[in-house]
Design a protein around this ligand. Structure first.
Ligand code: SAM
Length: 302
């Protein structure tokens, strides 16, 4: 039996038969606009020879569109309560498999090895749970899996950050991190009324195309990301303030590094090009405990 998962009555009946109630904490807003998932799957570039990883299938509304196009789809869903629902909605899609796990705790290289054949092109296509957008994004980009492309639905403001040109007002720490790994572009916007239940915010779909090699060379990648995050940590102040507190360095050491990198000590983080940020990270490296990589980890960029 096939279900029209974009019909709100069908969706509500299906969920109530399984005693399922939406979890806000898990970012459960399901797409019920019939135009969105086919468009997203189509623009992902996935063909019948390709494989797809989906994060957070919900009831499978995007999964079925991916399964119609891909050779194989593996969807990672954290909420165990959705498994019996997905077993029904994906019954007819023999090429769709669900893995019950937290994507952030999933070794994606292992998952790819286990589920796909060597040489398969692997895409990611997902409507992400918004409470963990940046961590998931960094987990994907840092996984070392050579994804062919990532097509992701995210909150509109997050999408604007991800696709902002570096040096523009919308750029943030995550912009540098993403552009280090991939080229990004905005595909289309999705209004809040396209979901059930409707969230408080609008969304958009962005596409990331991983680069063959990063646009800049840095001595220490992890430290480069810590530098970016620290530089943006006090957005209303100069980069030096954020770098000093974020990296645990005395202000004079930060000023020294800025000057050595050919920058003004009062420069703002958003004014730095990727090359300048990379040069600055290299000059800051080794100037203090955190800058030697011995301080607490900062986690993924926001
Ligand atoms: N793909 C569906 C759609 O478009 O209607 C649902 C998207 S909903 C915004 C996000 C989904 O991610 C939910 O099904 C939620 O349970 C799941 N999720 C939340 N946190 C997760 C995590 N850490 N790992 C895997 N799935 C997660």
């Amino acid at each position: 039996m096939t279900y029209d998962l974009t019909d709100v009555n069908v969706l509500k009946n299906l969920l109530s038969r399984h005693g399922f109630t939406f979890s806000k904490a898990l970012g459960q807003n399901f797409i019920t606009d019939p135009a969105v998932c086919p468009k997203m799957a189509e623009l992902s570039g996935i063909t019948g020879d390709d494989c797809a990883i989906e994060i957070g299938p919900g009831v499978g509304v995007l999964t079925t569109e991916l399964a119609k196009r891909a050779k194989k789809v593996v969807s990672i869903e954290l909420d165990r309560r959705l498994l019996p629902v997905l077993a029904r909605t994906l019954e007819e899609y023999r090429n769709a498999e669900v893995v019950c796990a937290d994507v952030l705790k999933t070794d994606l290289r292992e998952l790819v090895k286990e589920h796909f054949a060597p040489g398969d092109r692997v895409f990611v296509c997902a409507n992400l749970p918004y409470y963990v957008t940046s961590p998931i994004l960094m987990h994907l980009l840092e996984s070392g899996v050579p994804f062919a492309g990532l097509t992701l639905m995210v909150q509109k403001e997050a999408g604007q950050r991800l696709t902002a040109p570096i040096g523009s007002r919308d750029a943030g720490a995550v912009t540098y991190a993403v552009q280090y790994y991939a080229e990004s572009r905005m595909l289309f916007e999705v209004g809040r009324s396209s979901y059930t239940p409707a969230p408080q915010v609008d969304s958009c779909v962005v596409q990331l195309t991983p680069r063959d090699k990063p646009p800049v060379e840095v001595a220490d990648e992890a430290f480069f990301f810590r530098t970016v995050k620290a530089a943006f940590s006090q957005r209303r102040k100069t980069a030096a303030n954020g770098l000093s507190s974020g990296l645990g360095l005395p202000k004079d050491k930060v000023a020294e590094a800025l000057v050595a990198a050919g920058l003004s000590p009062s420069v703002r983080a958003e004014a730095l090009t990727m090359e300048e940020m990379a040069g600055l990270a290299d000059k800051l490296r080794g100037k203090g405990p955190e800058a030697r990589g011995q301080g607490p980890g900062n986690g993924p960029a926001d």
